[in-house]
Design a binder for this molecule. Sequence first.
Ligand SMILES: Nc1nc2c(c(=O)[nH]1)N[C@H]1C(S)=C(S)[C@@H](COP(=O)(O)OP(=O)(O)OC[C@H]3O[C@@H](n4cnc5c(N)ncnc54)[C@H](O)[C@@H]3O)O[C@H]1N2
Ligand code: MOO
Length: 413
Amino acid sequence: MMALEQARREISALSALATAVLPVEEALGHVLAAPILAQQDIPHVATSAMDGWALAAPPESGPGVPSWELRAETAHSPVRQAAPLGAGEAAEVVTGSPVPDGTVSVLRTEHGIISGRTLTPARTSGDLAEGRNVRAAGTECPAGTQLLPSGAVLTPARAAVAAVAGHDRLEVVRRPRVVLILTGEEVITTGIPRGGQVRDVFGIALPGMVTEMGAGTVESLRLGDDPEMLSRELRRITEAGEADLVITSGGTAHSRADSLRPALHALGAEILVDSVDMRPGHPALFARLSGAAGTVHLLGLPGNPLAGFAALAALGAPLFDALGGVPADQRSRALSLTAGAPLQGAARGVRLVPVRSGPSGAVPAGHSSPHMMRGLADSDALAIVPQDGVVQGEQVQCLEIPGQRRGGHRWDE
Ligand SMILES: Nc1nc2c(c(=O)[nH]1)N[C@H]1C(S)=C(S)[C@@H](COP(=O)(O)OP(=O)(O)OC[C@H]3O[C@@H](n4cnc5c(N)ncnc54)[C@H](O)[C@@H]3O)O[C@H]1N2
Ligand code: MOO
């Protein structure tokens, strides 16, 4: 039995998967394996920030507002740069189009009065000031600037900045290919359970959860409780080299009906974490299977619904972070929340308590026995409560519940 903190540390220390070069769209959600640099100045040419007219230096004229001569040729094209402006000349521009050389400022459409080919700015317009409404080249950054560091997760906004910088393909850490093996003869996937049947919770929730945690692909298999069938399946997966990570549900305990430990034993698997000192979820295990095609890691989640999901939140987060290449110092993240009510500890180890936000902070969500789902469904986080408990007002470390952030309560309410 290993302390939760130590189990998370051991798992966090795993090496990242290999890197791959992917088109930007496919690289979304991956961790960058190399920094992203600007390949040229951004913007690379001076452009107009307004629809209007690019103005050359003001013409020599008497007192009052000067006028410009409108060039016959327009600079309507947002891509083509018009010929340089002559003295006293103005040329039409649209937002984003390159301004002609010699542009001092851009006069926006609504500030100009045209009479024949003469353009006169409104008396009150501030658009004559040098540089007004012109986006100078390199103002966002000069060429060579680092826009994103290696180790950053490529969010949609970061993919967009990589595209702005002219990148088509990015070097990223591969995301784990996951196979879910859902065990249990009594588990049904449709309809109302009868007799000793239970409706499956893992097959429905795990794919979304592990995808959010950083899985690349997810496949699911269903097996009964036969250890021989389970070890055959695990051998096949390891030899085929078709997965980086297997996550199983059920069969983690020590009764004759529990298949996971006997199956791993038969395969000579290396058990890296054999039970964790946490309630619920203590029979969880983490193992390594080696075959000719490489290494496959295995996370065994207990079958009791809350126990299984608690084990995923506790051990899965550092695991996906490590395999997916999240920098080492960010792999075992926990939130610190204020306890809005006393939180009771377990007789030993830590207790993982589903909590939701209340006016005074995190309060137990209730309905949180290991076989239940209601508490987790109504919670925002899992508080890691030490043996002595936590008093109201004290800070408590909490785990994120995968996939629950969007649907959760709001901590700032
Ligand atoms: N003598 C002991 N018995 C048990 C111990 C123990 O220490 N000594 N530990 C208990 C704890 S704690 C847990 S957690 C469970 C672990 O169980 P397993 O991982 O072996 O899981 P199963 O026995 O297969 O199932 C347990 C429970 O969960 C239900 N289940 C399984 N799969 C699903 C699913 N996909 N969807 C919904 N529910 C599922 C299953 O029907 C059982 O009710 O062991 C305790 N026993
Ligand atoms: O892991 Mo069991 O409580 O922890 O149901």
